[in-house]
Design a protein around this ligand. Structure first.
Ligand code: AMP
Ligand code: MG
Length: 349
């Protein structure tokens, strides 16, 4: 006897990871709840090595945070941001991540840019002291934005004076790649990893069904049960960026945390959220994360153009301001729109 179970993950939180089904005994996963990188994370692993895997994952995430945080003064990113032309030694992980970020910056025509940091600061997103900056301030700061201001030299690197990097748009996806390596090493049969909007589903659910990942309703971000649709997935990354995830309002206008590097203002591309889905392969977590941020900046047309060049690598669900859920054809089977969502589904090829 099988029971349909609600095993939804949302951009807000993980509700349940019930591998539960009627009469059958539910195997409990090893689980860690972690607060790191400014988000609540949930890490589940099934099987005999589950406990070892989640323990190692927790340690790895704290280590990554200590390395990559902008706000922890002792971190290497903070040291790099203070370097102003003087080279500093860099950990290989940080080197690798900056190189990946550079590649995604190139591939997205600069829509993804980790040097947006001083601009994000001016909007107060780093310190939660939100304000609308003066246009002249943004113009001045934009002069320090661009990957040409970041220099990697062997095992060391530096940034030009006035330039700073913020890996917030890619670090959690990179972390999910590290988790995939840990799960592989521990031969984890099934698992689910939720790093604040970045989901990794590992294998299938223990009852043999696909994992169900909810796509958050941008209009109701506080409600973890409000989905526009559900993705049924196995062995995949599903990473969402949306203006609803962090924002403030001033004089009736909403300003969110994803900045268009070509203007210095929050991206206004007609999209409410971008979900990038890719099969578990090396580096795809960081790719999905960087692309979800970049494609949110580029908008529907730019996002679909890039997808059409790279359909083998990733698939998309775009929620548009005019009420459409645009789904690339590789997810046609996997995606189910919630009828009451009010969105109209479009499958594109
Ligand atoms: P995500 O949630 O992955 O879309 O990342 C959003 C975070 O990335 C923001 O909080 C900023 O720290 C940073 N960010 C904002 N705009 C950009 C951009 N255009 N490129 C790269 N990182 C960005
Ligand atoms: Mg991202």
């Amino acid at each position: 006897m099988r029971r349909i179970t609600a095993c939804f993950l949302t951009a807000g939180m993980m509700l349940s990871l019930c591998a539960c089904g009627g009469m059958q005994q539910a195997e409990e996963p090893a689980r860690r709840q972690i607060f790191a990188m400014d988000t609540v994370m949930m890490v589940d692993a099934y099987g005999p090595n589950g406990e070892a895997a989640v323990e190692e994952t927790e340690q790895a995430i704290y280590q990554m945070e200590a390395l990559l945080s902008r706000t922890q003064e002792q971190s290497q990113v903070a040291a790099l941001n203070r370097s102003a032309g003087e080279v500093v030694e860099l950990d290989p992980q940080l080197q690798e991540l900056i190189q990946a970020a550079s590649r995604y910056s190139r591939e997205t025509g600069g829509a993804f840019d980790i040097t947006i940091a001083p601009v994000a600061d001016a909007w107060g997103f780093t310190t939660d002291t939100h304000q609308v900056p003066e246009p002249e301030v943004l113009t001045e700061l934009l002069g320090h934005v661009g990957m040409e201001h970041v220099h990697l030299e062997g095992t060391a690197g530096t940034v030009d004076a006035g330039t700073e990097i913020d890996l917030g748009g890619i670090a959690k996806g990179y972390a999910s790649d590290q988790v995939a390596q840990i799960y592989t090493a521990h031969e984890i049969p099934q698992g689910m990893v939720y790093l604040g909007g970045n989901v990794l589903v590992w294998g299938r659910r223990p009852d043999g069904e696909l994992w169900r990942v909810g796509i958050q309703d941008p209009a109701d971000p506080e409600n973890p049960d409000a989905f526009v649709g559900i993705l049924q997935l196995e062995d995949a990354f599903a990473i969402t960026s949306g203006g609803y995830q962090r924002f403030f309002e001033e004089n009736g206008t909403r300003y969110h945390h994803i900045i268009d590097p070509s203007t210095g203002y929050p991206a206004e591309s007609g999209l409410l959220s971008v979900t990038v889905v890719a099969p578990v392969e090396e580096g795809r977590g960081a790719m999905c994360d960087a692309l979800s941020t970049a494609l949110f900046v580029l908008g529907e047309e730019g996002a679909l153009d890039l997808w059409r060049q790279r359909t083998e690598e990733f698939q998309l669900v775009l929620l548009t301001e005019d009420g459409r859920a645009v789904v690339t054809d590789g997810l046609a089977e996997a995606f189910a729109l919630q009828e009451e969502s009010g969105y109209a589904q479009e499958i594109v090829s």
